[in-house]
Write a protein that binds this ligand. Structure first.
Ligand code: GDP
Length: 592
């Protein structure tokens, strides 16, 4: 943001605190000005450009839209907050930093073994540290250069970070077992890396195995648009054996090559920010948090805010457990001193005072409450609203279908639809029911999940409900394409969505003559309502979906039963009820 005479550049959205700083006024004054214009906002809330322009005009400034931010957005789509902050740095202060690498791939393809092999072969033996605390990242040296590895393999960690817009890694190493090839989680990993626009290096692992088939793996990778460089593409595919510790140096060199072609820089003297990689509570030491510094230099004694946790750093140690006083960009460190446990993927920043830290945390807690309320509304319709407002240019889809044969026509049909103003991007397509991972990917990518002749499993439904993700199920292709088409035109009728209003546990089952079975339940959450719909869940299985035939409390027919109370529930035409089953009560709502 720069000032030029009384012209002032403002981004599309700006937090009151930052706005106050730009015009050199107290945030309270800004809030008062907003109030007099009918806008209620707290210090940590953002207002849009138009609102901010009105306020700054009152101080004699003429607001113009910040051009820079728009350009970056168009180029890269999804930009994590820290990248944006680095982009805001004076570019002449940026220096090269070590690449941060994360390892993804299908289960059992050797992620953990590879992380271990890299650590064992390339971590220079250091002196024994004072604090023997494991942190979930490490650094290796290769040709005099440093590479930082995030030691938390698996999509969950990566997705959790992306969902918070954090994105710790600069480069993804995709592990594919040479004897097994591209599998569903390999495809998921590719989808994640692509959506996050993080370059991929493929480690073709288990090359020592007799049934390794490198050509087949390359063929499969090419089918996923990862064309190996020896086939004329741009993806480096490095044969390795984590078991025999072969090819590790080649892999690291490939990472350095990709680094040289990627803008991996930061300002060690700039504002100190980074990402929480992992956090845990240690019985003796308190909260131990692994932080990845992404800009600036973290120092012992700094006051740090991470998510809704804060505190003064009383100790800091590197991945060897050796106490350190400072940590620059791309350095992972363990720190002690935060008052609470932040979440993996939370952004951290250094602030000037305890009070500032407390203010930020209070603001975030308020914002969190608001988000929970507004998330419930997030749906396909909201995505269109975002398109209309010009915030999104693509409709991201995750498609699950019963068989490969129906997947292909669906993809080609929906991609055809996306030729207009708004694109359609299939982030991931696979056969099988909709699972939690699909919803996680959707949540991280702000996409929707489409199922064709498949079901969504219970965990997926729960997560979707929590994250406000739309899951749409179809059995007829043209209805699906019709919906997407309407969606792209912003004409979609409000959909009927499901809202869970209560959950009860079956404590006993009573056979009643003529009636069948009655479930003796205790309401654990919310309420059961006689005229609402119910689902009976056993473990992870959905065993019944329908309506209640009766709802009684102490032998009386009742309309509803609330948390903590017991009741008897009969299910319409269904008697296979068991102790331990869960009854989920829900209503259908039109989401406007
Ligand atoms: P992850 O689930 O991706 O973390 O996979 P693991 O690292 O746990 O490895 C899964 C299995 O594959 C283990 O039994 C490993 O010993 C084995 N494995 C890993 N890398 C290699 C390799 O390079 N060669 C062979 N033969 N086996 C390997």
């Amino acid at each position: 943001m720069s000032e030029n005479g009384n012209k002032i550049e403002l981004p599309a959205n700006i937090v009151i605190r930052d706005l106050a700083q730009i015009v050199d006024q107290s945030p309270i004054d800004i809030i008062k000005k907003l109030m007099s214009n009918g806008v209620m906002a707290t210090i940590n809330q953002a207002v849009d450009f138009d609102t901010a322009a009105i306020v700054v005009a009152e101080y004699g400034y003429d607001a113009v839209p910040e051009v820079y931010e728009e350009e970056v957005k168009e180029e890269t789509g999804e930009i994590p907050l820290w990248r944006q902050l680095i982009a805001d740095e004076d570019q002449s202060n940026l220096v090269e930093r070590a690449p941060v690498v994360t390892i993804l791939g299908h289960v059992d393809h050797g992620k953990t073994s590879l992380l271990d092999a890299i650590r064992e072969t390339n971590v220079a033996a250091g002196e024994a540290g004072g604090i023997t605390q494991h942190i979930s990242a490490y650094q290796v040296e290769m040709k005099g250069r440093t590479i930082s590895f995030l030691d938390t393999p698996g999509h969950a960690a990566f997705t959790a970070m992306r969902a918070r817009g954090a994105q710790g890694a600069d480069i993804v190493i995709l592990v594919v077992a040479a004897d097994d090839g591209v599998m569903p989680q390999t495809k998921e990993a590719i989808a994640h890396a692509k959506a996050a626009r993080v370059p991929i290096v493929v480690a073709m692992n288990k090359i020592d195995k007799a049934n390794a088939n490198p050509d087949r793996v390359k063929q499969q990778l090419a089918e996923q648009e990862l064309v190996p460089d020896d086939w004329g593409g741009s993806i480096m595919v490095i044969p390795v054996s984590a078991k025999e510790k072969e090819g590790i140096d080649d892999l690291l060199e490939a990472v350095l090559l990709v680094t040289d072609n990627t803008d991996i820089r930061a300002n060690p003297d700039g504002r100190t920010i980074g990402t929480v990689i992992e956090a845990e509570v240690d019985k003796t030491k308190g909260t131990v948090v692994t932080l990845l510094v992404q800009n600036g230099t973290l120092q012992i004694g700094d006051i740090v805010v991470a998510g809704t946790a804060y505190g003064r750093l009383r100790a800091m140690f590197d991945f060897r457990g050796k106490p350190v006083k400072k940590a620059g960009p791309s350095t992972p460190v363990g720190v002690l001193g935060l008052n609470d446990v932040p979440s993996a993927g939370d952004l951290f920043q250094v602030v000037g005072s305890d009070k500032e830290a407390r203010d930020i945390v209070t603001g975030r807690q308020d914002a969190q409450k608001q988000r929970v309320q507004s998330k419930k509304k997030a749906s396909l319709e909201d995505l269109f609203a975002a398109f209309k407002a010009g915030e999104a240019k693509e409709l991201g889809l995750i498609i699950k279908a019963d068989v490969q044969g129906s997947l292909e026509p669906i993809i080609s049909e929906v991609e055809k639809l996306g030729k207009g103003e708004i694109g359609v991007k299939v982030l991931y397509a696979e056969t099988g029911n909709i699972g939690e991972n699909d919803v996680m990917l959707a949540s991280a990518s702000k996409a929707i999940v489409i199922g064709f002749s498949v079901q969504a499993d219970v965990a997926a439904r729960r997560l979707a409900e929590k994250e406000g993700i739309s899951i749409r199920l179809y059995d007829i292709i043209y209805r699906l394409t019709e919906d997407i088409e309407k969606a792209l035109k912003g004409m979609l009728e409000p959909v009927v969505t499901e809202k869970v209003i209560g959950r009860a546990e079956v404590m006993a089952v009573f056979p009643i003559s003529k009636v069948g079975k009655i479930a003796g339940c205790k309401v654990r959450e919310g309420e059961l309502r006689r005229n609402a719909k119910v689902r009976l869940i056993r473990g992870d299985d959905l065993v019944y979906e329908g309506e209640m035939s009766s709802l009684k409390h102490e032998k009386e027919d009742v309309r509803e039963v609330r948390t903590g109370f017991e009741c008897g529930v009969g299910l319409k035409n269904f008697h296979n009820i068991e102790v331990g089953d869960e009854i989920v009560c829900y209503v259908l709502e039109k989401s406007a």
